[in-house]
Design a protein around this ligand. Structure first.
Ligand code: CU
Length: 328
C-alpha cells in the first residue's frame, strides 16, 4: 500500500502509476498447485491505487516482450472506451499511457479485458486489482462526521478453476496453452476449485496474519472481479460498511456480513475492541474452509471483561441433586 493522505487540501492533481503485466507461474495452495498466472506487477491481486476525487490517474501499462499475450485494463472507476480497455491493448513489447479523471468516489475493481473467453480467463488467472478514489474531504458517516483509519488492508479475492489428474489431485501447469482449454471447461460449470485471498490459500493466515491493535481502526477493502463474496469478521463487525464501496452513499452501521457483488469492491471500517486472532472469511463457509477464502487478523491489546468474560470454563455437567430429582 502506498502512502496517501486521507483528506487533501490541495487541488486536483495528475497521479502517475505504472503497471507491468507479468505472466508467470503462481502457486495457489499449500500443495504447490501451480497455474500459469497473469498478473499486474507480479501479484494477485494487482496493487490498490489510491487517489482523490477529481484527480487524474495517469497509468502506464507495460507488456514486456517476454510475455505471450495481449493485455489491457478496464477501470470500473473510469468513464468511456470500455473503462480504457479499448485504448490500452498492448501486445508483448508494447506500452501505452492512459489518463482518466476520477469523477466518482469509492473503491472500484480494475481488470484485464482482452475480449471473448480470454476476458474471464485473464481474470481468473489473476489480472484484477482495485482503485480507491477518496473524497477530498475524506470518509464521512451519514451525519458528515469524519471517519479516520489507522491502517488499511486490501484483500483481493480470486476464484481459480484447476483441473485434477487421474489420481484426483490438482494438476500443475506452467504452459497457458495447455491450461486454458482445461480451465475453460471447468469455468463453464461455475464451480471454482480454489477461492482465495491474496492469490493463495493461506496467504493471510497463521504467520501471515494481518496485524492490528485494540483501539485501532482498520479500513478493509475487499474486491472480487468475477464472483460474489460475503466478508465476515468472526467475533467482530463492520462498524461502518460501504457495501457497494461508493463513498458518497452513507455507510451502513453494525454489519455482521456484507456482500461483495462479483465485479465490485466494498469497504468496511472496524475498530478492534478485543485482542486475539480473528478469522476474516467469506461466509459462504464451504468456500472459506474448503476452498481457501480465509484470512486472520492478529490483534494485540488488553482483554475487556465487560464485553466478554468466561464465567465458567467447560467442566463436567454436575450431577442432579437427589431432592431435586425426587421433585421432578
Ligand atoms: Cu490480460
Amino acid at each position: 500500500m502506498h502512502a496517501h493522505e486521507q483528506v487533501t487540501k490541495s487541488g486536483p492533481k495528475i497521479i502517475e502509476f505504472k503497471l507491468t503485466v507479468v505472466e508467470k507461474p503462481i502457486v495457489i495452495d499449500d500443495d504447490g498447485t501451480t497455474i500459469p498466472g497473469m498478473t499486474f506487477n507480479g501479484s494477485i491481486p494487482g496493487p490498490l491505487m489510491v487517489v482523490h476525487e477529481g484527480d487524474y490517474v495517469e497509468l502506464t501499462l507495460v507488456n514486456p516482450a517476454t510475455n505471450m499475450m495481449m493485455h489491457n485494463i478496464d477501470f470500473h472507476s473510469a468513464t468511456g472506451a470500455l473503462g480504457g480497455a479499448a485504448l490500452m491493448e498492448v501486445n508483448p513489447g508494447e506500452q501505452a499511457v492512459l489518463r482518466w479523471k476520477a469523477t466518482r468516489a469509492g473503491v472500484f475493481v480494475y481488470h484485464c479485458l482482452p475480449g471473448g473467453p480470454m476476458t474471464p480467463l485473464d481474470v481468473v488467472s489473476g489480472m484484477s486489482g482495485a482503485v480507491m478514489v477518496l473524497p477530498r474531504e475524506g470518509l464521512r458517516d451519514k451525519t458528515g462526521k469524519f471517519l479516520h483509519y489507522d491502517r488499511i488492508y486490501y484483500i483481493g479475492e480470486n476464484d481459480f478453476y484447476v483441473p485434477r489428474g487421474d489420481d484426483g489431485k490438482f494438476r500443475s501447469f506452467t504452459d497457458a496453452s495447455d491450461f486454458f482449454p482445461k480451465t475453460l471447461e471447468l469455468m463453464r460449470k461455475l464451480v471454482p476449485t480454489h477461492v482465495v485471498f491474496e492469490g493463495k490459500v493461506g496467504a493471510l493466515t497463521g504467520k501471515n496474519a494481518l496485524p492490528a491493535k485494540v483501539g485501532e481502526t482498520v479500513l478493509i477493502i475487499h474486491s472480487q472481479a468475477n464472483r460474489d463474496s460475503r466478508p465476515h469478521i468472526v467475533g467482530g463487525h463492520g462498524d461502518y460498511v460501504w457495501e457497494t464501496g461508493k463513498f458518497h452513499n452513507p455507510p451502513e452501521k453494525d454489519i455482521e456480513t456484507w456482500f461483495i457483488r462479483g465485479g465490485s469492491a466494498g469497504a468496511a471500517l472496524y475498530t478492534f475492541r478485543q485482542p486475539g486472532v480473528y478469522a476474516y472469511l467469506n461466509h459462504m463457509l464451504v468456500e472459506a474452509v474448503e476452498l481457501g477464502a480465509l484470512a486472520h487478523f492478529k490483534v494485540e491489546g488488553q482483554w475487556n471483561d465487560d464485553l466478554m468474560k468466561q464465567v465458567s470454563p467447560p467442566r463436567p455437567i454436575p450431577p442432579v441433586a437427589v431432592s431435586q430429582a425426587k421433585s421432578d
